[in-house]
Design a protein. Sequence first.
Length: 62
Amino acid sequence: MRAFVDQDLCIGCGMCNAACPEVFELNDEGKAEAVADTTDSNHDDVMTAIEGCPVSAIREEE
Ligand code: SF4
């Protein structure tokens, strides 16, 4: 699976990067991007990021 961040919704709070830095990085515009696939080892952290995003900007797809 892979996480995607809606660039129009993201407010750049950095929470997802704090929860799972291996997947979420902030880009030059200060918005988060998913830079790696969701794996068995980081799935719980990705879910923490998805559930904790204050603007529900993150979704996960197969
Ligand atoms: S938690 Fe949500 S709003 Fe905050 S940086 Fe990540 S995607 Fe953007």
